[in-house]
Design a protein around this ligand. Sequence first.
Ligand SMILES: [Zn+2]
Length: 387
Amino acid sequence: MEDRRGQAEEFAQEWTAAEQRGDAAHAVGLQQGSVPGAHDALVVHEPEMVVVERVFRMAAEGFGVGKIQSRLYAEGLPSPRGRDVWDRRVIRKIIKSDEYRPLTHEEISELVSPEVLARLEADREYSVQWYNRDQVTVRTISESDGNGGRTYKKRKTQRRRPKEEWLAIPVPAYLPRDLVDRARAAMDASKGAERKHLARECEQHRGMHLFEDLVITEVVDKDNRPVPPGVYGHKVLVTVLFSRTMPLIRYGMSDSVKLATSPHCPCGRTFALIDGIQGRVEDVLRFPATSGEQVSVEPIVFHRVMDSVPAGGWQVAEGPEGLTVLLSGVREGFADVTLVDTLRRELKAQGAIVPQVEVRRVPNIPRTTVGKAPLIRARVPGPWRKP
Ligand SMILES: [Zn+2]
């Protein structure tokens, strides 16, 4: 008896502490209720929850995070922080968050103390908010500012604690569970299709072997008709066999590849070989467009701007909130701000919602393991990229 009471008090203290530390992040669509001092009185904030539901519905329909971002912009729905353009990480976080996934009474009872359980209304559905889940450490780091001085930035690192240490706080549920599950499954499936490598380079350097045991890859022309080995196709159709949540069937990817004419490779692998890839040598970057769709920006657009920069080397890399431009060996007197303006103007001309652009001076442009320094680098690399 004493023990239980102790548990409940400890729980209340932990909760207050979590709030004070600020790691109990504000959940979009939930707000503090009107009961003074009652920590567990979170209520649904309907205007926000309607937007959250919109995010889940789009995800369940198979929209990727980038497309959801564009649609929210086009529909004039500002981000939780009041910005016009949503951060893709926030969208992803919402879809993955347990705060929106209703649990059964049994499931809840395994996660909370009997005192907390007793306070819940029997005829309502609840989800959980996790407290004490992440340990956040803030460090100050110094970086060269590119002009001989140094700038200081705060870097936050986050470590997930073991699950036994997490604290579950019931919060009112609003969305149907199957909507949340469908949205998560669709997001996992599309991520899988983009991220999983389809082929791996052979050590005999004859090309790349397709992972034929995991993925069926068809090299086809514009009308989905197979092209013979030795001929470049217009695209590839990918069928993923290993995804349990949502198998992908003949998913079209705009890569032009060529199967090797000889099926035999000295390495002994029997998987088909690809010995030519066109396009995708550099990544095509995609941005949310002012039209509500997405715009693909071809490498040539960046080359036009970057090749006139008096620098020894450059790289344009996509980040979660915008672009980072790396420059090495820059001639004295060059103003980064001019480059930022030109890039933003070019992207606007392409129909993109203008992203943040950050220029960083570096001693060397980072190379991949195969020795090339890609000039344009997407955050999610193309599936043909060598490991
Ligand atoms: Zn081989």
